[in-house]
Design a protein around this ligand. Structure first.
Ligand code: CA
Ligand code: ZN
Length: 302
């Protein structure tokens, strides 16, 4: 199986990026990802305020999918996320939800095993591996990997995990997918500004859905018995609104129901959740049970 190495990275999603690998539709690959600090933190003595900030939030890639063109959907099956052994968390003065109360930066080393992460001597939790940053090439602008756009990017959505299928609107030839910023765990909101940041090996299958009748503008995720839209905006309200309208449009396409009926359906069983509130662009998601779809057992696309 082809392995894309951890040092083949970008710091922005951009149409100017050159592919580090070219794969056929249907191919499964392994992508090694660095942590969001690019492994510049090694111990609790290393402070995030002292690292080189031009080297944060790397994403591995981009990988070109042969034949992908605008109008297609790139479907990404996240088959497995294998975590490194050490996670890192940080606090930064004036950053995150508690920034005004944080006087000194701090680094926490979080040992991670296959099944748990140890937050401190008395608190351990089951790991929830998730991919913070994943996206395709934007149409014509360059977006830093730490930011979010319609192409994806730093969405920090907990549903982007093993077993999830992601659907991206292809905006440039080849799709050009890249990913990074894996977390061993993260609470919705990512309140302090990070999850348990860690290196990883992600096994994923890249599939192409050619010229489907409906192409969502922003990423859609299928996970367990849920379909999920992810919105972004300058405020949480705005992000929520975008995710809700995206879900409305997805359901209108999938069910053919009237818009007012769908609005009530979302209000009845759709869960609006926070992804993260700590970046300049916030992200929110709507989780809808696939049971509302005509064929709940089938994939959302095609
Ligand atoms: Ca992130
Ligand atoms: Zn992160």
């Amino acid at each position: 199986m082809r392995i894309i190495k951890r040092d083949q990275i970008i710091y922005q999603f951009s149409p100017e990026n050159k592919p580090v690998a070219r794969v056929k539709p249907g191919e499964t690959i392994i992508v090694e990802t660095d942590d969001c600090f690019k492994s510049q933190l090694k111990s609790e003595k290393d402070l995030v305020t002292e690292i080189d900030f031009s080297e944060v939030n790397p994403a591995t890639g981009p990988v070109e999918v042969e034949g992908a063109k605008p109008g297609d959907i790139l479907a990404v099956d996240i088959q497995d996320i294998e975590l490194g052994e050490t996670g890192f968390m940080v606090t930064i003065p004036d950053e995150g939800a508690f920034g005004a109360r944080i006087t000194h930066p701090k680094t926490k080393v979080v040992p991670v095993s296959e099944s748990t992460f140890r937050f401190n001597a008395s608190l351990s939790f089951p790991v929830h591996p998730m991919i913070g940053v994943i996206g395709v090439s934007p149409e014509d602008e360059a977006v830093p990997c730490g930011e979010i756009g319609d192409h994806g990017g730093n969405m920090d959505a907990k549903v982007i995990t093993s077993g999830a299928t992601l659907y991206f609107k292809v905006r440039r030839e080849g799709g050009m997918i890249a990913l990074g910023d894996v977390h061993a765990g993260m609470g919705d909101g990512e309140a302090v500004i990070c999850g348990v940041e860690i290196t990883a090996r992600v096994r994923m299958k890249l599939e192409l859905i050619r010229s489907p009748a409906f192409v969502p503008e922003r990423p859609v995720v299928e996970y367990n018995d849920l379909c999920v839209t992810i919105g972004h905006g300058a405020s949480l309200d705005e992000a929520a609104h975008v995710a809700l309208v995206d879900m409305l449009e997805l359901l209108r396409y999938k069910t053919g129901m009237e818009e007012d009926e769908i609005s009530m359906l979302i209000s009845a069983v759709g869960d609006l959740k926070v992804c993260q509130i700590v970046d300049p662009q916030k992200t929110a998601r709507v989780e809808m049970p696939k049971a509302v779809l005509p064929d709940p057992a089938a994939f959302v696309f095609p």
